[in-house]
Write a protein that binds this ligand. Sequence first.
Ligand SMILES: *Cc1c(COP(=O)(O)O)cnc(C)c1O
Length: 482
Amino acid sequence: MKDKNNLLSNIPSVDELMREKDIERLTSAYHRAAVVEGIREYLKDYRRLLLSLEEEENPAEISSPDMIKGIIEKVNDMMRNNLVNVVNATGVVLHTNLGRSPLAESAMNAILDIAPRYSNLEMDLESGDRGSRYSHVEELICRLTGAQAAMVVNNNAAAVMLVLSTMAKGREVVVSRGQLVEIGGSFRVPDVMEQSGVTLVEIGTTNKTHVSDYEKAVNENTAAFMKVHTSNYRILGFTSQVESEDMVALGRRLGLPVIEDLGSGMLMDLTEFGLPYEPTVQKAIKAGMDVVTFSGDKMLGGPQAGIIAGSRKYIDSMKKNPLTRAVRIDKLTLAALEGTLRLYSDRELALAQIPVLRMLTFNMEELGKRAKRLSLRLRKTLGTMADVNIADEFSEVGGGSMPLHKMPTKAVLIKPDSVSLTELEEMLRKYKTPVIARISRDRLILDVRTIMDDEYETVEGALQWAFSALSKSSAAGGSGKA
Ligand SMILES: *Cc1c(COP(=O)(O)O)cnc(C)c1O
């Protein structure tokens, strides 16, 4: 074995490496400068590794083919986007850190159509005059929800701010103490109120609020009553909140509008699938809410957006608010939202094609089949390296929706024979298409609810890669010390 100085002086030059056929071939895919940069980075790492060794430690020489392979990997790594697809094996359907809601195919096709060309985003094709970007989805939202008017903005947090700033800036809004929610990512009702220039008037207690509490809070500076869906927590036991209909009746009597932040905003009741009741937008509109707001990418299953639906006079004044410009919806989002909303014209179509609804409504038989399919595949690939079994587990809705509901699911459980479970979980995250799994009771858990139909091969590839990398590194570690 050569010594370290010898190896250092024998490192090939960038020019020499550029002349290698396999490396040169990279320049057909990437710019030449990027390939050179990749070689430099690779050599820098190699040099650093050699220098870090103690004098008496003799490093293994990297063979020329291995070096070329390493450089190709490095260049590919450097050119890969940072934002990449991952496989969600957590079973959390609306996983906020994993992008919440995957889009339906028709929503995605709408983006592909609109993105590379010009569109009638803000042109009225009848008159040739300037049009409104909201017109493309307003009618659709009204038809689905029963609202008189609608508009859409960047997300629901922005929707709430816009509503408050338009309807109550410099005035007071009355909210029950039991509904002062905080949503992950620092959306807190009291802070949003403050940011919107609205004074929050808290009424009732954490567990109980009565109609009379609302009435007593009203003065000449009151602008509205607001109801906030406690989407990510429940207050149980001796509790009562005022029904929407009663809030609306009081609002009407006192001449005050009533606003509801629904959070998730369902357009369909899914209780027949064993899911808990979640208030639908239609029901809120029917109860007489003047304005409701909800997310596009929670249970609706569309792109990130905030939807505002309600009385025309309020929606019209929101469209004129200068804040609207700062929170306006992007055309690609608009395309995806329209593509998603159109599926809701037919309940069966929506359930079959909107990924979030499909995952939430899988039955046990379907989940069982999926688990079987995955486990057979993995058992074959992993052989004696791990125990592969199927077990009953629970998945979560996620995204702060239906917080107490645990959905029974089927999962594939992996118990490695010799590699460490935490290292395995970590390695899977480093695969070229990362696989996000969790560990529970000494097993790696792959929940098949959120693994998509065409991702089984990726999961298999990731596990094979991770096991091989981990057993290699433990073997290398062992011989290095011997
Ligand atoms: C999720 C949620 C929000 C924030 O919606 P985003 O679309 O994430 O901005 C606001 N209010 C409630 C009640 C929510 O559940």
